[in-house]
Write a protein that binds this ligand. Structure first.
Ligand SMILES: N[C@@H](CCC(=O)N[C@@H](CS)C(=O)NCC(=O)O)C(=O)O
Length: 222
């Protein structure tokens, strides 16, 4: 188990009991992983290997989440939160001063939720046939569907640096995560230059680099 302390030791809000993120390398759990770092929260990581169905520390993933998937965020009191869009908002709300999400109840918050829901249902899930050995016709259809979603997303992003405008939010954690899957899915992101630039730019954020390193997605500089 790896303890990750991203908050300052002098931070009066920092809890001694770290929460725990159950994750699988490079999957959708990467979004809350980045968000935890952006929020400066202290957390442990527990890895689930999807190939071998092994959970770090033993036991089964179903015992942690009876839906059988990651991410799961175990809170200090043992409560467990699931679903990327929900975990992301919970993390953002722990550190409102970091502006990772607009205030609950504001119209802007619903705009953020529109993005989170769109990414979850219209981008994240349509990758499924591309990663689960579907017949080629189904894979083609999935790529075309994703291409239409990327067209729309690129149009909305326009000249804005981030999905919600000038500030980085947890919606960006999620979009970056699903854009990171294009190569493995046989989609050339160069067709959407703004999305390609966005992915490269966000990829250089310290939180993203640290999350990649922690998940073993890049070789350590050490
Ligand atoms: N609706 C869930 C979907 C989560 C999900 O699809 N997780 C995948 C990784 S991206 C997973 O853990 N799959 C487990 C498996 O296929 O064995 C959410 O939004 O959190």
């Amino acid at each position: 188990m790896e303890l990750v302390l991203v908050g300052s030791q002098d931070d009066p809000d920092r809890t001694e009991e770290a929460m725990k993120l159950y994750y699988s390398q490079g999957t959708c759990s990467f979004a809350p992983h980045v968000a935890l770092r952006e929020a400066g929260l202290a957390f442990d990581l527990a890895r689930y290997d999807m190939k071998t169905a092994q959970l770090e520390g033993g036991g089964s993933l179903e015992a942690i989440n009876d839906k059988g998937y990651v991410p799961v965020l175990e809170l200090d009191d043992g409560e467990r939160l699931t679903e990327v869009a929900v975990i992301l908002q919970w993390i953002a709300d722990q550190r409102p001063e970091r502006d990772l999400a607009p205030r609950p109840g504001s119209l802007a918050r619903y705009r953020l939720q529109e993005w989170l829901n769109f990414i979850a249902t219209e981008i994240h899930k349509p990758y499924w046939p591309l990663f689960h050995g579907a017949p080629e016709a189904e894979r083609d259809e999935a790529r075309q569907r994703l291409a239409r979603r990327f067209d729309w997303t690129q149009g909305k992003l326009g000249e804005r640096p981030f999905l919600m405008g000038e500030g980085f939010t947890v919606a960006d954690c999620y979009l970056l995560t699903v854009l990171n899957w294009t190569r493995a899915a046989g989609i050339d992101l160069a067709r959407w230059p703004k999305l390609a630039e966005y992915r490269t730019r966000l990829g250089s954020r310290p939180s993203v680099r640290a999350a990649k390193e922690a998940e073993g997605l890049v070789r350590s500089a050490r």
